[in-house]
Design a protein around this ligand. Structure first.
Ligand code: CTP
Length: 220
């Protein structure tokens, strides 16, 4: 199968030397890309700025901003059977990037931010993607209800929910623990383990979901 995977954070520039971003390391998305390639699948990885080497045998596109990630996904998603959105995309960006470095001239500084493109939310509605759609939900409270709501709202076949309030897992960690949320309210817990091991377990569930969504294609 052909996989498209997003990974890492995005950076939203404020001025030539500053940006808004988050603590995503990209490890979960990169581990998924490697697991899929090792299982013999074709993989396109669209990655924000991370400190990881590009996985061998994976077609990797590096981007910085949410808008660039949106455009890269738009270009490549039609070729995919399975799309996994593991990137921690910034939800807001500064309305304007200052042309020059912002000087500390005032006691306080307010930034005006605008929403970025919702890439996962555009997969079905804008890009017309009909393959298996997998999203992540990083939550600090009400993990399962929030994840189930995202599953429905973004038209996903599977949401991988992780509780980012727990120390030692999730953002910028080597390990993760997740709960899979499926349409119909079923859930499945994958306990804390290294992201590389977790990626292999997730791939099995994602391929199972791909089989199920082939039987029940979206919008039919
Ligand atoms: N996502 C995306 N584009 C965005 C924001 C999020 O593609 N602009 C994707 C992420 O890659 C992830 C999923 O959407 O797969 C959930 O992201 P999250 O930020 O947790 O959820 P939001 O829908 O942004 O909801 P909220 O901020 O209310 O938690």
């Amino acid at each position: 199968m052909r996989f498209l995977i997003t990974a890492g954070p995005t950076r939203e520039p404020l001025d030539p030397v500053r940006y808004l971003s988050n603590r995503s390391s990209g490890r979960m998305g990169y581990a998924l890309a490697e697991a899929a390639r090792e299982a013999g699948h074709q993989v396109i990885l669209i990655s924000g700025p991370v400190a990881l080497p590009a996985p061998s045998g994976v077609q990797t596109y590096l981007v910085e901003t949410a808008r660039q990630m949106y455009e890269a996904v738009q270009t490549h998603i039609a070729d995919a059977d399975v799309a996994i959105f593991a990137a921690a995309v910034a939800d807001y960006r500064p309305v304007q990037m200052a042309a020059q470095k912002i000087k500390k001239e005032t006691a306080a500084l307010s930034l005006t931010l605008e929403r970025t493109e919702d890439i996962l939310g555009s997969a079905r509605s804008v890009f017309g993607f009909r393959g298996t759609l997998v999203g992540f939900a990083a939550e600090t409270e009400n993990l399962i209800p929030h994840a189930q709501e995202k599953l429905t709202r973004k038209g996903c076949d599977l949401i991988i929910a992780n509780d980012v309030s727990q120390p030692g897992i999730g953002f910028d960690s080597l390990e993760n623990a997740v709960t899979l949320c499926l349409p119909g309210g079923q859930t499945h817990v994958l306990p804390q383990q290294e992201k590389t091991a977790l990626a292999c377990a997730l791939l099995t569930h994602i391929i199972r979901a791909a089989g199920a969504s082939e039987k029940n294609p979206p919008h039919e």
